[in-house]
Design a protein around this ligand. Sequence first.
Ligand SMILES: Nc1ncnc2c1ncn2[C@@H]1O[C@H](COP(=O)(O)OP(=O)(O)OP(=O)(O)O)[C@@H](O)[C@H]1O
Ligand SMILES: [Mg+2]
Length: 244
Amino acid sequence: MSEAALALDIRDLRAGYDSYDVLHGMSLHVANGERIGLFGPNGHGKTTLLNAISKVIRPNGGSVSFMGEPIAAVSARGIVERGLIHVPQANRLFPDMEIMETLELAAFTRRARAERKTNLDYVLKLFPRLAERRRQQCKTLSGGERQMLSIGVGLMCAPRMLMLDEPTLGLSPKLKEELAAAIAGIGTRGMPMLIVEQDIAFVLSLVDRMYFVDHGEIAREIHRGSDVDHQEIMDMYFGERAAS
Ligand SMILES: Nc1ncnc2c1ncn2[C@@H]1O[C@H](COP(=O)(O)OP(=O)(O)OP(=O)(O)O)[C@@H](O)[C@H]1O
Ligand SMILES: [Mg+2]
């Protein structure tokens, strides 16, 4: 596969916090237009991987390329400007801001400002609940609405690739379905995506391939439609968790 065909190419990435490493040489890639799932036990480095890519933390080694260009030396802001957008696991919304203010403020880069109107229309169509509650303050939103708004904020940044960290955390089955439909809709526009998710059934329905993260390394790659079935994945996941 040529370099240009890859949205994200990560090789031997090492990163961690203070004195200890969490990622011990991670390598993975996302082709242009591809949707990739990332799953694995709690605390094994999934969020750390996204943090290291988006420069919430500084990697200790290895290389990361986005759309064929090395981004190891690029700042967190520069990463957003290039359109590599991280929708974090924890809710980072400003409690007193309204939905519309939040969405409009998110379009802060030059590219995002130019696309603001189109992206806002798209977000409000994708998530009608946000359109209905446009003047509601973030602190009064339900968990599901917050998650929709967080993804909406990501879309307002004019993404060329989205990284979603556990978008369905704490959501009811019905809301998960709504969110899955919205994420699939984003995918049909050809947007490459990296989706961290513990709900295997949810992520399997959305992605082309999955990586299993184990102790800061990619332990396994699973292709959609391969002979690895759902039960086997569950065994791998819970077996690992029971052993750790
Ligand atoms: N800011 C931080 N400072 C120090 N250690 C951290 C920090 N953030 C995470 N860690 C540690 O790094 C390890 C990996 O955490 P990480 O958040 O990447 O796991 P995860 O795979 O996303 O887990 P989960 O599925 O629970 O979200 C854990 O041991 C965690 O305690
Ligand atoms: Mg995490």
